[in-house]
Design a protein around this ligand. Structure first.
Ligand SMILES: [Zn+2]
Length: 422
């Protein structure tokens, strides 16, 4: 028994680590009887720390368990993996891995730096948690590679970090599924042909699937917008539901023919990257920066940022006042600021309280500390008092979480409606 891990084979020029692994798995499946091994039907796809400096397009790494029926099978598998590294991975990287500036992404992207590992045991699961929540360097891999492993690397082999993470991930805390359908080689540069009418019905026909559409812009989310070999991917709470939904799409006559598909067990939509949820008091002025990004401070964090892409989260942030009690989850960026992903208001600050209305209908005003209140219109005076209601902007229900629209969320972010999500 052992685990095969792979990462960092794609570049902006194209390619996709899941596709490279899909091809390796397909070959090993076809040779399984002769070779004496069994390839798991549930390979893993993990997304890692979103701020990783060295990151490929999707920041995904993949792994698969392979059981060898004998020691001889184990030896011939090692030989076969060596060949596949040279026949599949290296040529894929040569073709796709060069860093090309592209209008498809404004993000900084690294050159492909692939690594593949065959390991007789799994590295400790803490490695996965480290890789999904913080910056990890290639030097940190040293003590993590299990004894007896074989590692293949080229162009620096930074993919070893993710390959080890994919192997160490168990998904016992939470997991979801994705079926990825791949394009035929000759179609890869052309426009994707996907039956829009079927995409629109996915939510209602296959209720265990999710993230199919962004209802705020009625846009399908199943197809990537990069020149990669993925035609589309369907995410679901259940593997069979993902397979059923994917088949329903690709079997439509209007759908482009696919070269194959693969079911992945994934950490997508699990919030695994979120270490803590902070309950905090807003401590200062909320300021709106260029492009509508909102910045404020709390008793927990000195620099809380909510990007304009956060949609409802950003509107909620802009409505905050000093003294409001909120809860939020997010990621600490390398510059020390906290990037909020989800937020809710627990209670409003006393500073939002309003003075009562005068009998004439005008709102009373304070005359100064301890000096009572007075109506600016009729001059009516009363002792200090507060109205029952609070003044607040926006319509945010206390205690209700808000999140960005589906197309503005990270792969790792758990949608609020997801069962099993926090
Ligand atoms: Zn009055």
């Amino acid at each position: 028994m052992g685990w095969l891990g792979l990462d960092d084979t794609d570049g902006l020029g194209g390619g996709c680590t899941t596709h490279t692994m899909h091809r390796i798995i397909t070959i090993l499946e076809n040779e399984s009887a002769e070779g004496g091994w069994v390839v798991s039907t549930q390979p893993s796809l993990v997304r890692l720390w979103p701020f990783a400096r060295r990151r490929t397009r999707g920041n995904a790494a993949v792994a698969v368990e392979i059981t060898c029926k004998s020691d001889t099978a184990g030896l011939s598998l090692r030989v076969r993996l060596e060949e596949l590294w040279h026949e599949i991975v290296v040529p894929d990287v040569a073709r796709n891995g060069a860093a090309i500036s592209s209008e498809h992404s404004k993000r900084e992207q690294s050159d492909a730096s692939p690594a593949m590992i065959w390991s007789p045991t799994r590295p400790c699961r803490e490695w996965y948690w480290k890789c999904v929540r913080e910056e990890v360097g290639i030097g940190d891999c040293e003590g993590v590679i299990p004894p007896g492993s074989r590692v293949w690397k080229c162009a620096g082999g930074h993919g070893l970090i993710g390959a080890l993470a994919a192997i160490s991930w168990l998904g016992e805390h939470d997991h979801t599924w994705e079926v990825t359908c791949y394009r035929r080689e000759e179609n890869i540069s052309s426009r994707r042909l996907i039956p829009e009418s079927r995409c629109a019905q996915l939510d209602s026909r296959f209720t265990e699937t999710f993230l199919n559409r962004d209802p705020t812009i009625s846009k399908s989310l199943i197809a990537p917008r990069t020149p990669c070999p993925v035609l589309f991917g369907v995410r679901a709470e259940d593997g069979d539901a993902a397979i059923g939904a994917a088949k329903w799409i690709y079997q439509a006559v209007e759908c482009e023919p696919i070269s194959g598909w693969r079911l992945w067990k994934t950490n997508q939509a699990t919030d695994d990257h979120i270490a803590t949820i902070s309950k905090s008091v807003v401590t200062g002025k909320v300021s709106v920066k260029k492009h509508g990004h909102t910045v404020f401070t709390t008793d927990h964090d000195n620099d809380v940022v909510v990007f304009s892409q956060g949609g409802a989260v950003n509107r909620m942030a802009q409505s905050l006042r000093e003294g409001d009690v909120i809860e939020y989850s997010g990621l600490c960026a390398p510059d020390g600021s906290l990037h909020v992903e989800k937020m809710r208001i627990i209670s409003y600050s006393d500073k939002r309280r309003m003075r009562p209305l005068c009998d004439c209908g005008r709102r009373m005003k304070s005359m100064g500390v301890g000096q009572g209140i007075r109506c600016p219109d009729c001059g009516e005076k009363q002792p200090d008092a507060w109205a029952e209601e609070f003044a607040f902007e926006g319509q945010f229900e206390l205690g209700r979480w808000v999140e960005p629209s589906a197309s503005n969320r990270r792969h790792l972010a758990a949608p609020l409606g997801r069962c099993g999500s926090r």
